[in-house]
Design a protein around this ligand. Sequence first.
Ligand code: PHE
Length: 342
Amino acid sequence: MKNKIEKIRDEFLKQLAQVTDNETLRELELKYLSRKGEFSEIMHGLKDVSIEMRKELGELANTVKTEMQTKFNEISRSLENYGKKSEFIDVTLPGEKFTNGHIHPLTLVQNEIEDLFTSLGFMIGDGPELESDYYNFTALNVPPLHPARDMQDTFYIDSKNKDGQYDLVMRTQTSPVQIRLMQKYGAPLKAIIPGRAFRSEATDSRHEHTFYQLEGIMIGKDINFANLKNMLEIVGKKLFGQNTELRMRPKFFPFVEPGNNGEYTCSLCQGKGCRVCKYTGWLEIVGAGLVHPDVLRAGGIDPDIYSGFAFGFGLTRLAMLKYNINDARLFNSGDIKFLEQF
Ligand code: PHE
């Protein structure tokens, strides 16, 4: 028995001396020192020997076990330190560069306006970019062959419906979603509709075939022009500062009556006159008006009971003014140098 104890110790120490990694170290611990290890077996075996022998062997076993455990701890500690030393950090190396994504300037402006309107109880609506001729024009009081269709250069889609008609367009404005929301939610209704619109334009620094608008509509009992004016004033002050004033001038849009162009004090020259506002001091920013009775009817709403206002911002134009961007084509360019500035 005595021999056996010593043999276990010698073997253990021999193997321990060769250990270079933590895994083998754990294996040794399991094999020799754990509760199910070889040493425990010896201790159990002690109960079968005579009392004197038990005393002597017990003492020996304890000493040996302590010796083994001490050695084991030593090696275990040195292995840990060894691992640490190899993690040498060269502080003179250039750091790792983390590149962050950026929020697109159009999204920034859109978020700002969405925050304002949702705080006023408006919902955010959405509709298809590939739109039917009916929603984009007819339901908005622009019947087929009406000259008002010429106000917008339209991308017509080269596919006929079952009646042999071309009836799909890339929406030229976000206004068709007015009708869709009226049909879906009825009156009263408070919604804004941000989204992409498309026009077959010759592109230059102020025109793009793909651009963003933000439409707004409010329908209820007794909604009038003063409500519209108030709303547009709130938006102007939020976007361009408290000193911003609103000027409304008549303009024809088939789906509103009366219709107007909303202009704000030029934010670049504070109304003094500059190149951007063409020395007028005003910036043309928003089309608006009271929703035409025919449009309410197309949306399934009775114009004898309800009235409403609608407006449409060019989001692209707003972003250009807010961030002093001089070319509309930059928005869709995917140019990293441009995008990283926001
Ligand atoms: N849809 C119009 C445009 O694109 C803007 C507008 C919206 C005007 C709502 C009046 C009311 O020019």
